[in-house]
Design a protein around this ligand. Structure first.
Ligand SMILES: Cc1cc2nc3c(=O)[nH]c(=O)nc-3n(C[C@H](O)[C@H](O)[C@H](O)COP(=O)(O)OP(=O)(O)OC[C@H]3O[C@@H](n4cnc5c(N)ncnc54)[C@H](O)[C@@H]3O)c2cc1C
Length: 464
């Protein structure tokens, strides 16, 4: 398959980083200039190592810890939540299949009336006619942090960046991270990749897909004849507030033109979150000059908001001003790792009642929703569809699961499946499976699937 790529030479560059970090480790006893600890190499032992603390990672870590596993959660940022907190994508769309951990998170958020804005979670659990659930990033951050702390079983390593794995055949022996200027090795019998981009899987040698799959790959009704590198667009979200006084529209002279579209969501205090959907072409993430494109971000925001103030006829924004810009750009799509099964448009269209899989561990029913030049939007025709456990099993590895938007989906299926709560539920399944396999010393592929499904339904997860 022409767009099926394998592990890149990038790792060569990373290896020099590893050598540097290892050298730091040798100097563990020394003090670095400025009196900071030099950050020696440390090894942490755990039952389950989760890499990436976004929606999928939080679901995975929480599920595994609740099952009694000792969990280490590696997160490169200084907060949990990933896209949902750092990129300010803090709205859950109406969708089925969102009981279980997402509902637990919402219940905690709801304790702060300012943090979660919708009263009725049940009303958000239907795609058609359901309500949107906006919430504030700090509420999500607080809720998931508290839920993880309550387990007493999860160590979160913030500011820890995964960069490579040590392998023994198809088995990950240790996960290598830079942390506090040094190197941390996490050794765990089961590893869950929740980095969104499938970074752990790629380091472990897994194949991946990127961009549009050709018709020949899965015979999907809406696939193009040839593969392309067209990816869903990137968006830098921003927040606006009403000052009550006339504002002078402003954009710097060099501001490039931003595409004129916006999805608006009202926050609890009346601020509006602006999602200028097609702000940056998605395949910018593939280019070496991504940094230059990211540097345009705030200027695009300026141009976009000046348009809303001066030309957007939907509403009068003349008294509004920009109240903040998300610290990270929102990325909808990058790699998708090749697993034991690939979820396709056929699954999305069939619906769970017509799918033949015996290993469904999550359901979801968001529309097929592709943003960018290959725009496509349609509701799935037969209601919620299921995601098989095999989509989480990274092919060619023994002890690695993937539970994030980079799991084994086709480009079209990913456009439906990638939503935050669906990722949390995939994480819940992966964390539960990992805890069981670590406890029973069972290979991931030998897990008792009916028992896994039963455990998940016992946790409130919907599977039908
Ligand atoms: C603009 C935009 C609008 C969207 N709108 C909606 C919406 O309305 N509703 C909805 O439900 N979904 C929406 N989505 C989709 C949804 O937000 C994401 O698909 C989902 O949150 C992804 O979750 P994830 O766990 O896969 O990845 P992420 O949340 O991105 O988490 C990945 C985590 O891994 C960490 N990480 C990555 N690499 C490393 C490393 N090397 N070492 C350590 N940590 C690492 C990251 O810091 C991050 O915390 C939108 C997405 C975008 C971009």
């Amino acid at each position: 398959m022409s767009n099926l790529l394998s592990r890149r030479a990038l790792l060569t560059t990373m290896a020099s980083g590893a050598a540097l970090a290892a050298a730091n480790g040798d100097a563990a006893a020394q003090q670095a200039p400025g009196g900071m600890p030099a950050g020696g190499a440390q090894t942490l032992e755990a039952d389950v190592c989760v890499v990436g603390g976004g929606s999928g990672g939080v679901g995975a870590a929480l599920a595994a810890a609740r099952m009694g596993a000792d969990v280490v959660l590696v997160e490169k940022n200084q907060m949990l939540g990933g896209t949902s907190t750092c990129a300010w994508v803090h709205t859950w769309e109406p969708s089925r299949g969102c009981r279980g951990i997402p509902q637990d998170v919402w219940k905690v958020m709801k304790e702060d009336p300012a943090a979660s804005l919708a009263e009725d979670y049940e009303a958000s659990l239907q795609r058609v006619g359901g309500v949107w659930l906006p919430w504030e990033p700090w509420g999500f951050q607080w809720a998931v942090t508290r839920l993880l702390e309550e387990t007493g079983k999860c160590r979160v390593l913030y500011n820890a960046t995964f960069f490579d794995v040590e392998m023994d055949g198809g088995r990950i022996e240790s996960v290598l991270c830079t942390f506090a200027g040094g190197l941390v090795k996490v050794r765990a019998p089961i590893v869950i990749d929740c980095t969104a981009d499938g970074n752990v899987c790629v380091a472990a040698g897994c194949d991946y897909r990127i961009g549009e799959d050709p018709k020949s790959a899965f015979d999907e009704p809406n696939a193009p004849d040839e593969p392309t590198l067209s990816l869903n667009s990137l968006t830098l979200l921003y927040r606006i507030t009403d000052t009550g006084e006339k504002q002078t529209p402003f954009a710097p002279a060099e501001a490039p033109k931003c595409p004129r579209s916006a999805a608006l969501r009202t926050c609890g205090n009346g601020d509006i979150l602006v999602n200028a959907v097609n702000m940056i072409p998605g395949n910018a993430v593939l280019h070496a000059d991504l940094s230059r494109i990211l540097a345009l971000g705030v200027r695009l925001v300026y141009d976009h908001f000046r348009w809303m103030q001066t030309e957007d006829t939907r509403r009068d924004f003349s008294t509004w001003t920009i109240a903040g810009v998300a610290p990270e750009i929102g990325v909808r799509e990058t790699r998708r790792i090749v697993g034991e099964y690939t979820l396709t448009e056929h699954d999305c269209q069939a619906g769970v009642k017509n799918q033949q899989h015996e290993d469904i561990i999550a359901i979801t029913d968001h529309a097929v929703d592709i943003h960018g030049p290959k725009h496509k939007l349609y509701e799935v025709p037969n209601g919620a569809y299921g995601v098989p456990y095999r989509c989480l099993l990274a092919k060619g590895t023994e002890n690695l699961l993937i539970a994030c938007r980079g799991a084994s989906f086709s480009h079209i299926a990913a456009s439906s499946c990638r939503l935050s709560r669906a990722m949390m539920t995939l994480g819940q399944a992966a964390g539960t499976a990992a805890a069981v396999c670590a406890r029973d010393k069972t290979p991931l592929r030998a897990i008792d699937v009916p028992a896994l499904r039963q455990a998940l339904t016992g946790q409130g997860v919907e599977l039908a």
